[in-house]
Design a protein around this ligand. Structure first.
Ligand code: HEM
Length: 329
């Protein structure tokens, strides 16, 4: 089961990266239906199938590259769903057969429920034409799945620091608060991405022109009526406000994470904790650099994919720190 969970963490990471790639190549609606693609289980390629597809969906001509991006994401996500199902079944069976050897059951069951909900969000992403709340929810769902899988993998591994570090345990509250701040920042990033607000503010450190008088907070967190949300439905002021919120969030996140790292570093005695603090610091710096490059270079594809992937890794590094701070054995 331990190996299966580790493989699933890796798979979840691949699914997250493929999800970002799909969105950024504007392939979110590459297949207008779900779970198939134009009614087929793979992208239609033969002439006769393409004709059938275009008869079924006259408003959505087949674009092979986009459709394949979307389908590869779905195949990997489907495989991840099966892996999580297998983990849940193994956990249930083990906990019944070997009651003297405790096997986590609640976490695998929660994961199974979450991955089913995540599949539903994937479907609504398509059927509701990229509604931003659904797109952001799908991003957060993916990050939740990988976090819980990683937590399960930590629970199944033996602790490398027997007894933990009692000096550091006092920072559990701060570590948990930092985790919540990072989750909020990820949600803001998801909102910017889902509303195509990345290029709504092109200067640093803040936006061009008289941006302060154009801020519109209620507009930024509303959802306008629209037939499709591809390429965004908000006006400039709303998008610029979303973008500014994510930048302010980045400053707050930076300060809170640095405070945690600074306090823990002074008390940490083991290499184990020092290494994990270093990893968090490196991921935070990389994430901020990638965020700034998103703005300076106007959202290059691989930069934006890397910003998403590093966000996931930063989250995992904080999940691990939180878990290890409270772990005793
Ligand atoms: C700790 C800091 C940060 C975290 C955790 C974070 C996280 C995220 C996440 C998860 C996304 C959504 C990615 C996606 O859906 O593909 C995002 C989007 C974005 N972030 Fe950040 N971010 C951080 C800092 C920054 C900074 C400092 C900037 C710029 C100054 C920035 C600029 C952007 C932009 C422009 C997007 C939209 C990208 C797109 O449309 O794909 N981020 N961020």
């Amino acid at each position: 089961m331990r190996l299966l969970v580790k493989i699933s963490v890796f798979f979840a990471f691949v699914v997250i990266v493929l999800g970002a790639f799909t969105r950024l190549t504007e392939a979110g609606l590459g297949c207008p239906d779900w779970p198939g693609c134009y009614g087929f289980m793979k992208v239609p390629s033969q002439e006769e199938h393409i004709q059938q597809a275009e008869l079924r969906f006259p408003d959505a001509p087949v674009e092979h590259a986009k459709a394949w991006n979307e389908m590869v994401h779905r195949y990997f996500a489907g495989t991840l769903g099966l892996l999580i199902l297998a983990i849940a079944i193994i956990a249930w069976v083990k906990s019944r057969r070997y009651s003297h050897y405790p096997t986590p059951v609640k976490l695998p069951t929660l994961l199974l429920g979450l991955v089913i909900f995540q599949a539903a969000l994937g479907m609504w992403t398509v059927t509701m034409n990229l509604q931003p709340l659904i797109v952001m929810g799908h991003l957060l769902g993916g990050f939740s799945v990988i976090s819980l899988l990683y937590l399960l993998s930590l629970r199944l591994s033996s602790y490398r620091l027997a007894g933990g570090d009692p000096e550091l345990r006092r920072y559990r509250g701060l570590a948990f608060f930092t985790l919540l701040v990072v989750i909020a920042q990820i949600a803001l990033g998801g909102w910017v991405a889902a509303n195509y607000a990345a290029v709504a503010c092109t200067e640093l450190p803040f936006c061009e022109g008289d941006w302060t008088s154009q801020l519109d907070f209620s507009g930024a967190f509303s959802i306008p009526e629209a037939d499709t949300y591809q390429y965004g439905a908000h006006d400039y002021n709303d998008r610029m406000t979303m973008h500014v919120m994510h930048r302010v969030g980045a400053i707050i996140t930076f300060l809170v994470v640095c405070a945690l790292l600074f306090k823990c570093w002074r008390k940490a005695k083991s290499h184990f904790f020092r290494r994990s603090l270093l990893v968090i610091g490196l991921l935070l710096s990389l994430q901020i650099l990638l965020g700034i490059s998103n703005v300076v270079f106007q959202l290059p594809l691989w930069n934006a994919v890397a910003h998403n992937a590093t966000g996931a890794l930063l989250l995992l590094s904080l999940v691990a720190l939180n878990y290890n701070l409270s772990r005793k054995a």
